[in-house]
Ligand binder design. Structure first.
Ligand code: SIN
Length: 277
């Protein structure tokens, strides 16, 4: 049984663990899937090395954790719409995911997790950073925790996926559809109670959170700015240096991530599947 062979090695104080002893391209039994799921919710982001995943195998693995998302603004692979190709070509200046965010918080029911597979990497750079929003919540004072627990926030894809948005600037290498005028605003609690662990985490992010519900943008700005600054404190983070065939699997309910764009003139090619709630 693969579950009996799994090794789990913690990587940092706040979050992150590397899982060994499993071939994700094989059909996995329920015990192994349950063990990976347990490691994911406990460590918030888990990593696998030396995998060899076709798009079909990545879809098969991801679908064991829930229905797969079809991104509303980024076209999936031909014939495999659940697989998003994240490509930065040597001539591209801007990368996809190059700012702190949690995937799909702009949906009415945000995606719970994402699985990213490294196909081709630059010779150096292109790491991904992760930040534990559970650790960020834990570190707040009782007073601010109590204030935030009473608040909801408005999320939207409008800024990121509008014509001038950050994601839209990658259109040369990725099929990003302009979302202007077509996006809704959705309200989520500022403090999310994890449905599987019961642990609380902050659930606002610089890419998709617009304002607090019932507050103006101007009123929201100072507190959001404080939180965005607080939530990326180094002590809450870990950093993953990719090698070809690596996989990162993160829990969007308690983790922010940031794709570093420090490899000008080089190509980076990843494939992501995203698990809906
Ligand atoms: C993403 O935001 O999902 C992309 C992360 C990465 O490419 O490292």
């Amino acid at each position: 049984m693969a579950a009996d062979n799994l090794s789990i090695r913690r990587l940092a104080g706040a979050l992150g663990a590397e899982i060994g002893g499993v071939d994700l391209s094989e059909p996995l039994d329920d015990r192994t899937i349950a063990a990976i799921r347990q490691a994911l919710v406990e460590h918030q982001v888990v990593f696998f090395r030396d995998q060899s995943l076709t798009p079909e195998a990545q879809v098969r693995f991801g679908a064991r954790f829930g229905p797969l998302n079809i991104h509303p603004y980024v076209a999936g692979m031909a014939g495999q719409p659940e697989v998003m190709e994240i490509i930065k070509e040597p001539q591209d200046k801007v990368n996809f995911g190059g700012g702190w965010h949690s995937d799909m918080s702009f949906l009415p029911r945000p995606a719970i997790a994402s699985i990213l597979y490294a196909v081709e990497l630059p010779d150096w750079g292109g790491d991904t950073l992760f930040s534990s929003q559970a650790a960020a919540y834990d570190a707040l004072s009782p007073g601010l925790k109590a204030t935030l627990e009473g608040l909801n926030a408005v999320h939207s894809a409008g800024r990121e996926y509008s014509a001038k948005g950050h994601s839209a600037q990658k259109r040369q290498s990725m099929s990003v559809v302009e979302a202007e005028g077509a996006v809704g605003e959705y309200v989520h609690p500022v403090v999310l109670v994890h449905p599987e662990t019961g642990r609380k985490a902050l659930y606002v992010n610089p890419a998709f959170t617009m304002r607090f519900d019932g507050w103006t943008k101007r009123e929201s700005r100072p507190l959001l700015d404080f939180l965005f600054d607080h939530c990326r404190f180094e002590g809450f983070t870990c950093r993953f240096a990719w090698t070809p065939g690596s996989v990162a699997f993160w829990d969007n309910r308690s983790v922010w991530h940031f794709a570093l764009n420090d490899y000008p003139g080089q190509r980076r090619h990843m494939r992501r599947v995203t698990i809906d709630a």
